[in-house]
Write a protein that binds this ligand. Structure first.
Ligand SMILES: Nc1nc2c(ncn2[C@@H]2O[C@H](COP(=O)(O)OP(=O)(O)OP(=O)(O)O)[C@@H](O)[C@H]2O)c(=O)[nH]1
Length: 676
């Protein structure tokens, strides 16, 4: 991975031309959506407004930098957060009606649903805007947020296409296109940076997106289930309402029969007072009885209760003539002594209704002496039946075939569901239609699926962040271990070099023997209570070796002699060093002259017998100057000079010999017998 210093800010990154183009297209779309929403043709105004802010925020990010972008985006995120809260808060904490009141204060007649985008659109916008305000866009949060936005967008498209939803996704296809281009713009913008970290990203991104997808699927399952449950509940309530209406109708039939039977106990045709007294409680209980009238055998209305103007007007009417639609029913009661009822007809008092005719048998009479007519006004019946229904909850209509008999409009915006139930009005089939209001449906809809979706998405984001950070830490850990390894290797290398330098400082490179420095050090550290001897040793005619056998061979000879000398001197607890050139020196602590001379002879003989030879076959020899210091303070220069003089003396005397320095022993130097 390449890195630059100083690190670039996100706003300094070169922005792709594609990203700018996509954003411009989105902006255009968002502005069109806004205009359409303002003139009320299409879509919702707040959603369009938020889209415009989102695209302007993205454009500001590219053109002016993060600070300008955030000025636009944070307030938009605040609004979206409020929208999300409205989806999440339980009804008993803050009822829907309170949200609606708030919306109504902003624009009269508007509801909460007008002011918040659909759930998935809200979440998608939140993810998009958050990805813009996350500073390190290409690294930390943005990939997951953009991924989630993409998923939500897809889910929203699928929802809109396939699933009939309780809340229609009003005009969101345009919003989806705008969001999609916005999303693509962002992805193109940061794709380059993602590529650099694709390994780390994919390890964190796929599990995160997997969890987000699971949350979405789970949410969809729960939402569908809850909507189905709600539909079933509403349906059940509707059926119960229809049943209670049917019961009410049955009750009024039973009441009518009771009323008709009352006259069996009396021997006379009912009088006006008795009629009014008997009819009053029935009319009070069933207000939709427009009237309760006594019809004589001639089908003439003789008595009527209540004595309202409109009822009094029909008094004396002969039903056979005046109301032909009910003739059959009247005849059934008066002539055959059986209950009869009209179909739904236009009543004499006006409005649709039906009239029941029940024969009146006086005591001991076997033929009816008249009939009781009970006119039921259908609008009044519907009013009575609907009286207990809150018009803010639902709209109700009563139909016979296609004719609407009664209608109670809702006093709130209607939801998308229409429910149907059948009613039996004394054998006439009616249909009761109900349409629950949006507010009622929304307040009844459980919040749990939205809560679990939000929690799921948060967990997915958290999982992504944890995995991403873990990857980052693992990477850093790997880098630290790598640099540690390199450091250890460097230290080892330097230690070896140091040892080599130290060894070279004290040794001769060619022969591997200690050098002059080490020799002098040993000399300086010797125990002054003991004698000390040195053997200064020089190869005889070594120049010839070089001249005739070559320098490489000369080097080999030097190495051989070094090894040989080391063996001889080390066996006598001494140190054999190379002084330089073809000169060697032996340091023999605790050795007196006699011992030193013996050792010098051993060395000389060993060299002579080594097999090393000149070009003419003559054996290679060495001359040795021996100097010994007695116990006591030592003057190194004196010792060395003495050895040197002794060596010179040995050379001068013909070479291949050892000479004891005279100056440090008895006066003059003593020649050892030549052993050739
Ligand atoms: N091959 C090789 N030759 C060296 C090295 N150091 C010194 N010499 C040679 O040793 C020779 C020393 O020669 P001289 O000092 O003239 O003495 P010599 O030929 O040994 O004769 P005497 O000491 O007088 O017996 C020179 O030819 C140097 O070039 C070395 O490290 N390698």
């Amino acid at each position: 991975m390449t890195s630059t210093y100083p690190p670039r800010l996100a706003s300094e990154r070169p922005v792709s031309a594609w990203a700018i183009t996509a954003t411009m297209v989105s902006l255009l779309g968002a502005l069109v959506a806004l205009v359409l929403a303002i003139i009320g043709v299409f879509g919702s105004l707040p959603a369009a407004g938020l889209l415009v802010i989102a695209t302007l925020g993205q454009l500001a990010w590219y053109r002016l930098g993060p600070a300008a972008s955030r000025v636009l985006l944070w307030p938009a995120l605040g609004l979206l957060g409020l929208c999300l809260v409205s989806y999440l808060l339980p009804e008993h904490w803050l009822p829907h009606v309170s949200w609606d009141q708030l919306a109504n204060q902003i624009v009269t007649g508007s509801l909460l649903v007008d002011w918040r985008p659909p759930l998935l659109l809200t979440l998608c916008l939140i993810a998009l805007l958050l990805s813009l305000v996350v500073r390190t866009r290409a690294n930390l949060g943005a990939p997951m947020l953009l991924g989630v936005a993409g998923l939500l967008l897809l889910a929203q498209a699928v929802e809109a296409l396939h699933t009939p939803s309780l809340l229609p996704l009003r005009g969101t296809w345009l919003a989806q296109v705008i969001l999609l281009t916005l999303l693509l713009g962002q992805i193109v913008d940061v794709a380059g940076a993602w590529k650099q970290q694709s390994y780390r990203l994919s390890r964190a991104l796929w599990p995160g997106l997997g969890l987000a997808l699971l949350s979405l699927l789970f949410w969809h399952y729960q939402k569908t289930l809850e909507e189905r449950n709600l539909a079933a509940r509403v349906e059940q309530q509707h059926v119960q309402m229809a049943e209670s209406l049917s019961r009410e109708i049955d009750d009024h039939l039973a009441a009518m029969r009771r009323f008709a039977n009352v006259w069996r106990l009396t021997p006379m045709i009912p009088g006006a007072t008795a009629w009014a007294t008997q009819a009053a409680p029935y009319q009070r209980d069933f207000r939709y009885f427009l009237n309760i009238a006594y019809i004589d055998t001639n089908s003439r209305i003789q008595l009527v209760h209540p004595p309202t103007d409109i009822n009094l007007q029909v008094l004396g009417s002969r039903l056979f003539d005046d109301q032909p639609a009910g003739r059959e029913a009247v005849a059934s009661a008066l002539q055959r002594g059986r209950e009869g009822r009209t179909d739904i007809i236009e009543l004499l008092q006006g409005g649709p209704g039906m009239i029941h005719y029940l024969p009146i048998f006086l005591a001991s009479e076997s033929r009816p002496t008249g009939a009781v007519a009970m006119a039921v006004s259908l609008p009044a019946l519907a009013d009575t039946l609907f009286a207990n229904i809150d018009p803010e909850d639902q709209q109700l209509s009563l139909y016979r075939d296609r004719d609407r008999l009664a209608h109670q409009p809702a006093e709130a915006r209607l939801g998308p569901w229409q429910l149907e139930a059948e009613l039996d009005l004394s054998g006439i089939p009616l249909v009761l239609l109900s349409q629950p209001t949006l507010r009622r449906l929304l307040s009844d809809l459980p919040r749990q699926p939205v809560v679990s979706l939000t929690v799921g998405l948060l967990l997915a984001q958290l999982l992504y962040l944890v995995l991403f950070s873990q990857q980052q830490m693992a990477n850093q850990h790997r880098a630290v271990r790598r640099s540690n390894r390199e450091l250890r290797r460097e230290i080892r290398k330097r230690t070896r070099l140091q040892e080599e330098v130290e060894w070279l400082a004290g040794h001769d490179e060619l022969t591997g023997l200690p050098n002059r420095r080490t020799f002098l050090q040993a000399l300086r550290e010797h125990d002054p209570r003991e004698p000390i001897s040195v053997l200064l040793c020089d190869i005889d005619y070594f120049k010839k070796v070089n001249d005739h056998l070559g320098h490489l061979e000369g080097d080999r000879y030097l190495k051989e002699i070094g090894q040989l000398g080391n063996e001889v001197i080390a066996s006598d607890d001494g140190l054999f060093a190379r002084l330089g050139g073809e000169e060697f020196i032996a340091y023999l602590p605790g050795r007196d002259e006699q011992e030193a001379i013996r050792i010098a002879e051993d060395l000389r003989e060993a060299v002579a017998a080594s097999g090393l030879a000149h070009a003419d076959g003559a054996p290679l020899t060495v001359s040795i100057g021996v100097a010994t210091g007695t116990p006591g303070p030592l003057r190194i220069d004196d010792l060395m000079n003495a050895a040197d003089e002794a060596l010179y003396s040995a050379k001068h005397a013909g070479r291949n010999r050892a000479r004891l320095a005279r100056s440090l022993a008895a006066p003059g130097s003593e020649e050892l017998p030549e052993q050739r």
